[in-house]
Design a binder for this molecule. Sequence first.
Ligand code: FES
Ligand SMILES: [Fe+2]
Length: 375
Amino acid sequence: MVKAPQYSQFEYTDRDTLAGRLMRRYWHPVYLSRELESGRAKPLRVMGENFAIYRSETGVPRITAERCPHRGAGLSLGTVEDDCLRCRYHGWKFAPSGECVDQPIERKSFAHKVRIDTYPCEDYLGLVWMYLGEGEPPPMPRWRRLEGDLPRFAVSDFRRFNYFHDLENVIDDAHQRHVHRDSIYQDSEYADEMPLLTAHETSYGIEHNSTFSNGDKRALLYIAPNCVYFRTSASRLRGCDGLLWQVPVDDFHHRIFFVVTAVEDEAQRLLGAMRDRLKSNGPAKPQTPAHEIIDSIVSGRMRFEDIEPRSDRLFIEDGAVLTSQGVIPDRSLDRLGASDAAVSLLRKIWSREMRALDLGEPLREYSWPDDVRPT
Ligand code: FES
Ligand SMILES: [Fe+2]
């Protein structure tokens, strides 16, 4: 008997995989806007594919295939000229449309017969966004509440394991009081209580609720396919809106993008104070890279309690637990309970959508309605 496909390989996102095809139906943040200076090209790797990303001299972000069609040099080594990118190896020049417009060493140019792939991209909320799927891109998701001239931080971090168990971690509210008990949960009013954890599917993904005995409710919002929207609860930075994405670099690495915006007055005061404190501290002092601390914890040379106070402490705490699960964990061995409601639902939704994609059936059209708020 032929075994039915399980549709559980969420981790593999190369272009020809089911999860990869699903992910390529959406826009993704791929770079911090402030780290892409005008007139510079840089290498970019997303879902196992290599690209060149550059900002034109007039400030417009552009993304092209990395391979130069002449003899394969990396276009990210190239030179930005106005809105075009010129290969460093023999000087072929490509317009934003992908057309080759100059072959300086060819006596008889055949530039009009050569082109490279280019990809839709734009700056939004301090991040460069990209669509790397087939055909016309869907509308870019917008968070109007977070737009405008509000105090905002956008950060990114490179992680040395698969993106999917990081995504599961972010929608798992139960882990907070254990993993972060020495940091944000130390002084949380909810530190001693385990709330009722529930999850249900919505038009944008999943609403994951934590309900406390006094009736208080926290709602984390998973926005398909790889974003979580939440209210920050750390005492030093309470009441901001946070958006967090896990974007695969390849099957063994991913990059997180985190945007925190102070929408309300009190949060604006806290975020403003934090920014002033960082400014008055001067340039950041060199510190041990987060991945080295994670390795020290996972290998038993260091304890969670030994992490010095630092702005990325939360990421280190999560990173240690996620690293211990493996680069690509075998989730068929998991024993899920009722408190894993959101994780179970996430897996169920992904399996269902991958199956539909495989069988050519209609997929669920998730879209962010922008009138829903996390609490
Ligand atoms: S490899 Fe790019 S111009 Fe030769
Ligand atoms: Fe966490």
